[in-house]
Design a protein around this ligand. Structure first.
Ligand code: 3H9
Length: 650
């Protein structure tokens, strides 16, 4: 049974036990509705405590049900019944009371919580708004201004903060239940407060709404839900709770059916599945506490910062004094900028730097549990690093290469103990970007692979296993994406039109703006190297631009022109002249058609990657794009898009 009842004297204890997170599904709703009646009818019961089994209260409605039409009994009706029960319900909360969980708690007459409690209405992250009264009861319990932060801006107060806000009536110590029972007995001695929905609420000044709208719009990145959540909240304040509940429910049902919400649900489940792939289930990772990073350039320093942020100790290995001091100052700069943004305190910044050791030469790697090589992308250089590491490191230490293109099997050739080796492909800036491509070789031991996934979890990253191919999953799709964008330009579509279409779709930058920022020369050298090996690599516009000295922003121009000190791209007559030999007559293609071409190219490459067994699932490919390449989250990823496009056709 997913909802259990025990009677302790005159108090009934209702426990929602629906592992792993006590999500409220139809069975839970049915049982709660029936219980509200049963307990009202039970003459021995005077109050009801509602709690969650295990370490949390309730993580919300069961998201897995959202792909189907809503089925009665509906959560708003269950909560309304609890709120109007003759016997008062008291929510006893530890851990997460999220979404529908917080809404259930708000339907109770009282809330008691431990310090460990966390309150949130994270529905906007799923492209929806609270659908069971959250936008109406919360402002009536804690006031409009604070409610806006939680409903539409993702604020998640803990137990102590919730007490200050008036969201909980008492903060109690563990064990929770005896404390909640004592609270209930005492409450029964006094007059009951009004149900949340009936409480008076002061109407804020128009400035409060205007400021909230501005804040929300500034952060929305095209997402619809935050503004709609605010709209529902405001409607209920201006037109009364009943009107507010009706609008909230209709927006909830409308948004739940959108492509954006489906995309966000898809990513929600994909992200969780990524951390626990079947192939490593039950396999213990190797313990990792001290990590050596070889190479203190942008990538190596970023990786070191990510490790230090996660509480690991780091030895950064460089070739000479100059390298060491460059890396130290890069890392100090990274933590200083986190400190200035309020993400960490002064003490945390100093503590992180204190966990950083720098070293010249490889000796210090001898005591490390994991070594991550992040040197120049060159096979011979990387091999020489692993030759040293093979000599110095403990035989059980895990050895990883951060390569973005080179076949890890070639890097590991001749390494003693190749079973401890794997690829860990970080994305720049490594302390920020969430993607970690994990690339085992055929010899990588299962517990070494499990160690890669465990490390990703500890760093707060999304791990995706990639098989071995040129560019692995992400860079291979990127190459195809760029090639298609260039093909559009060769077909007469304006450079700026391609970029504008992709920005309109939700990318922060279009493919040509992105190339100008990153520099056109690395990919050019890569193509030139292939040509010099005799491979047939056709001439493309990017080749002509680099040969003409236009390597991107760093040379003042690439696909676009840039004024000195200004990163805003200006259409470039010079660039257009240079690429003329490869471009046909101007052909104006609609934005939607440009997006469709580029999406189709990404999805086709993705399908090849799946067919070759390079990626384990289409969802993994979507995670790579969303977390490593700026694919707009609300679009779900290229494979999700392809699925929707083919569903539209059938
Ligand atoms: C809502 O409530 C709408 C209402 O306003 C209105 C309704 C009418 N449903 O994250 P974890 C699964 S919308 C179904 O790794 P943690 C998850 O997939 C909801 N499944 O655990 C995973 O499955 P698996 C608003 C869910 O300890 C497993 O549980 N609420 C749900 O790191 C463990 O999850 C939210 O958006 C769910 N609601 O973190 C809260 N939640 O083992 C979403 C989790 O098969 N949840 N699962 O991979 C969370 O934020 C975290 O799960 C939480 C625990 C912080 C609670």
């Amino acid at each position: 049974m997913s909802v259990n009842v025990e009677i302790e004297g005159e108090i009934a204890i209702v426990t929602i036990g629906n592992p792993p997170v006590n999500a409220v599904n139809r069975a839970v709703r049915e049982r709660l509705l029936a219980l509200a009646q049963e307990l009202d009818d039970n003459p021995d019961v005077r109050a009801v405590i509602l709690t969650g089994a295990g370490t949390l209260f309730v993580a919300g409605a069961d998201i897995a049900e959202f792909d189907r039409p809503a089925e009665p009994p509906f959560l708003p009706d269950v909560i309304a019944r609890i709120e109007r029960a003759v016997k008062p319900w008291i929510a006893a909360i530890r851990g997460a009371a999220f979404g529908g969980g917080l809404e259930l708690a708000l339907g109770c007459r009282f809330r008691v919580a431990t310090e460990s409690a966390r309150f949130a209405l994270p529905e906007i992250n799923l492209g929806i708004i609270p659908g069971a009264g959250g936008t109406q009861r919360l402002p009536r319990v804690i006031g409009v201004a604070d409610a806006i932060h939680i409903v539409a801006e993702n604020q998640t107060p803990g137990g102590a903060e919730a007490l200050k806000l008036g969201l909980v009536d008492a903060l109690v110590e563990e064990p929770l239940l005896p404390a909640a029972i004592a609270f209930a007995r005492n409450a029964l001695e006094h007059a009951l407060p009004s149900p949340s929905l009936d409480r008076p609420v002061s109407v804020p000044s128009p400035d409060v709404w205007a400021e909230a709208e501005d804040r929300i719009a500034a952060r929305a990145k095209g997402a619809a839900a935050p503004a709609r959540a605010l709209q529902a909240l405001r409607h209920g304040i201006e037109h009364g709770a009943e009107a507010g509940l009706a609008l909230e429910r209709s927006i909830f049902l409308e948004l739940r059916a959108t492509e954006e919400a489906a995309a966000l649900r898809h990513l929600f489940f994909a992200e969780r599945a990524a951390l626990r792939p079947a192939e490593i289930r039950g396999i213990n990772p190797r313990p990792i506490e001290t990590v050596a990073v070889v190479g203190g350039g942008t990538m190596g320093s970023g990786i070191a910062a990510a490790l230090l942020n996660a509480g690991l100790s780091v030895v950064l290995i460089e070739q000479d004094e100059a390298g060491v001091s460059r890396a130290r100052s890069t890392l100090a700069g990274i933590f200083d900028s986190s400190r200035r943004r309020g993400q960490i305190t002064d003490d945390q910044a100093s503590e992180r730097m204190a966990r950083l050791e720098t070293s010249i030469g490889y000796g210090a790697a001898a005591r490390c549990d994991l070594v991550i090589e992040a040197v120049f992308e060159d096979l011979a250089v990387k091999r020489s690093v692993f030759a040293e590491l093979g000599r110095v490191c403990r035989p059980d230490a895990v050895l990883a290469t951060n390569t973005s293109y080179i076949d890890p099997r070639l890097i590991a050739e001749g390494l003693p103990g190749p079973e401890r080796f794997l690829g860990l492909h970080f994305f720049s800036p490594a302390q920020v970007m969430k993607l970690l491509e994990i690339i085992p070789t055929p010899e990588t031991a299962p517990d070494v692979l499990a160690t890669g996934f465990d490390l990703a979890r500890r760093l707060g990253k999304i791990p995706v296993r990639s098989g071995i191919c040129d560019g692995f999953i992400g860079n291979r799709i990127l190459r195809r994406f760029r090639a298609e964008a260039e093909a559009l330009v060769c077909g007469g579509v304006a450079i700026a039109a391609v970029d504008a279409a992709m920005r309109g779709f939700g990318f922060a930058m279009g493919p040509f703006e992105m190339q100008d920022m990153a520099g056109l020369d690395i990919a050019f050298l890569y193509r030139e190297a292939a040509r010099s090996r005799g491979e047939d690599v056709p001439e493309i516009p990017g080749d002509l631009l680099v040969r003409a000295g236009r390597k991107g922003q760093k040379t003042g121009g690439g696909w676009y022109d840039y004024a000195a000190g200004d990163r805003r791209p200006q259409p470039s007559a010079a660039a257009e002249r240079i690429i003329v030999p490869l471009v046909s007559a101007r052909n104006d293609v609609a934005e939607e058609a440009i997006v469709a071409r580029l999406m189709a190219a990404m999805a086709q490459e993705g399908q090849l990657i799946l067919d070759e067994g390079i990626a384990a699932s289409a969802a993994d490919i979507d995670l790579v794009e969303v977390h490593g390449y700026g694919f707009p989250r609300r679009r779900g990823g290229p494979m999700f898009q392809a699925g929707r496009a083919s569903a539209d056709k059938t």
